[in-house]
Design a protein around this ligand. Structure first.
Ligand code: ATP
Ligand code: MG
Length: 567
């Protein structure tokens, strides 16, 4: 490509809402343009990068035996009704009608459509396993589209769906996909971790997220400093919390506590550590068809409630804050709520409180607490993992120290099991001639998000720094002065030769100042520039590495050898 012909509208200014380096530099570098909130176009440079990322993904997916297809963006609502997701998916699902008033959705993900494709076409275990994937546009009406390509409304995803005749075969594919994703993100040169995750709206059991560690990430993840353990806060486990602080030993009794009850005040009042208190978190759980009820979650006073864990325990779609009136009308007394003797309200207790002794909790009576509480008499179903794991907690696998860091989710793999196939009646005949719903898995990668992640991972204050795997062009040959015939001749001949060798090269032949061209080189972030300038008189050219920010003069007769290293 000749720069003089390239449509790369670089700019000095970034849009006001661009806060992150990837957003700023992808716009300023002329990779993408914006048409609306969360809506982006890929310009030539952006399209090349996107295709390079796609090629790596496709290569690895094909190697793993998956087959590429392409499903429609507009999907009949009927399919979403069959799966039951039409109501529960929420406002991210854009619902539209055609001229005949038929209802459709813009596909935010394609479990329903792929299940419909496979049902009645695959009938026997002999045709399994089957893995179909696509790399196409998705639409999600995100509540807060932001950070450019990191969270768009229209974005490009690789989504794959696999079908199996047994759980074991699904697990085999899941492991294969974990390896495949590891290979993809390694080839892209990213610093990532596969983390245990919550399964969210897509549902099913067994899921892992691939997180690129980055300070600008939206996700909180806990990473062990000793072993491979890493998890999203929503799914993070820890070694049970312990303390050396002496417990407040007392016989079980009701104690008058005429204070404004908070964990802090209770600790002061009894002169104890919050480890020995039980905190009540009261929430309203929202279920299908707008049903709701008050639910209480009990955790140690020193712990915080993890919202998603709590939501899963209550099997709710959402948990929301409650007003004082709602607390009262549920028969609860704010500040004095405890699990002992609590009736007529649904409640859950954190696993770590199971069989603990010497605790203090509310007595469900104004101005009273129980002391000397032992957690023995609660039904098993009351217990759930509810706590938010924090920085410094201990690793559940090796006892190492967990640290809290930020990550950007670039991929997510799920074992769906029979969740979709059973409700959508997608069945096959097993070896015994018995009809069974397929065992399914699904596997996503944020392809357009990855483009931004590459820049979050590698940039400086001047612009993008692409690695060779994703760069729009690897070498930028810059003619310092296009009025100098010798420079033009040398650079053009070199460019033609490299092109004939199918090298990834661009020739900056524009009639612009040298400084202007260097600025574009730095902003766009090609890995290397070869400057053909005044030193050509001494048979030398200059090679600049964008990543290491180093320059070296190369003698022309050594150039070929050097360029082989570059590519
Ligand atoms: P997030 O928690 O970031 O919203 P998600 O859990 O909704 O992601 P999935 O449904 O698992 O995402 O989708 C698969 C992949 O698609 C994600 O791992 C992510 O990389 C990408 N992705 C999801 N939402 C967006 C978006 N709004 N813009 C760009 N990429 C996205
Ligand atoms: Mg999402």
């Amino acid at each position: 490509m000749r720069f003089s012909k390239l449509f790369a509208p670089t700019t000095k200014e970034a849009p006001k809402d661009a806060l992150l380096p990837s957003h700023i530099f992808l716009i300023r570098g002329g990779f993408i343009s914006q048409t609306g909130s969360g809506l982006y176009n890929f310009l030539p440079l952006g399209k090349i990068v996107l295709d390079k990322i796609k090629d790596i993904i496709k290569d690895e997916m094909d190697k793993a035996g998956a087959q590429e297809i392409s499903m429609g963006v507009v999907n009949p609502s009927e399919l979403w009704r069959q799966s039951g997701r039409y109501e529960v998916y929420g406002k991210e699902l854009l619902r539209i009608k055609d001229r005949k008033d038929n209802e459709f959705v813009l596909g935010p993900t394609h479990e329903e459509v792929v299940t419909d494709i496979v049902r009645n076409r695959v009938n026997s275990y002999k045709q399994l396993p089957l893995h179909l994937y696509q790399i196409t546009t998705k639409f999600r009406d995100e509540a807060r589209p932001r950070f450019g390509l990191l969270r768009g409304r229209e974005f490009i995803m690789k989504d794959g769906y696999s079908f199996h005749s047994s759980i074991d075969d699904l697990k085999r594919e899941f492991d294969l996909m974990e390896k495949t994703y590891t290979q993809i993100f390694t080839r892209l040169g990213l610093n990532f971790r596969a983390v245990a995750a919550d399964s969210g709206a897509i549902g099913g059991s067994g899921s892992k997220e691939f997180m690129v560690l980055s300070k600008n990430g939206e996700d909180d993840i806990l990473v062990c400093d000793k072993c491979e353990y890493a998890a999203n806060t929503e799914a993070a486990k820890r070694e049970k919390k312990r303390t050396d602080i002496v417990p407040p030993k007392a016989d079980f009794s009701k104690f008058h506590t005429p204070i404004l009850a908070s964990i802090e005040n209770i600790c002061k009042f009894f002169r104890i550590d919050s480890f020995y208190t039980v905190k009540a978190v009261i929430r309203k759980a929202i279920y299908k068809e707008n049903k709701s009820e008050i639910v209480v979650f009990f955790v140690r006073g020193c712990d915080a409630l993890q919202q998603i864990k709590a939501q899963n325990a209550a099997k709710a779609l959402e948990l929301i804050e409650v007003s004082e009136e709602e607390i009262e009308s549920a028969g609860l007394i704010a500040g004095f709520c405890g699990p002992v003797g609590l009736e007529n309200v649904k409640f859950f207790i954190d696993n770590e409180l199971r069989e603990e002794k010497n605790l203090i909790c509310g007595a469900n009576e104004r101005d009273y607490h129980y002391v000397g509480v032992s957690m023995f008499n609660f039904k098993n179903e009351r217990y759930a993992d509810l706590v938010e794991v924090e920085d410094g907690d201990l690793c559940p696998c090796c006892g190492g120290r967990l640290s809290l860091t930020k990550g950007i989710e670039v991929g997510h793999i799920f074992q769906l099991g029979q969740k979709y196939s059973s409700v959508m009646n997608a069945v096959f005949l097993d070896q015994n001639g018995k009809s069974q719903p397929f065992f399914m898995g699904c596997y996503g990668i944020g392809v357009s998000r990855l483009m931004a992640v590459m820049i979050e991972a590698n940039h400086d204050d001047k612009g993008c720094i692409w690695n060779k795997q994703s760069a729009p062009y690897i070498l930028d040959i810059i003619i310092s002065n296009v009025k100098n015939e010798a420079q033009v001749k040398f650079a053009t001949e070199l460019y033609d030769k490299l092109k004939s060798e199918k090298r990834d090269v661009i020739l900056d032949d524009r009639n612009e100042r040298f400084g202007f061209k260097m600025n574009d080189f730095e902003l766009i972030g090609f890995p290397y520039a070869l400057i053909v300038g005044r030193d050509l008189d001494e048979d030398k050219v200059e090679l600049v590495s964008r990543n290491s920010n180093t320059k070296e003069f190369i003698e022309i007769d050594k150039l070929n050898e050097k360029l082989r290293e570059v590519f």
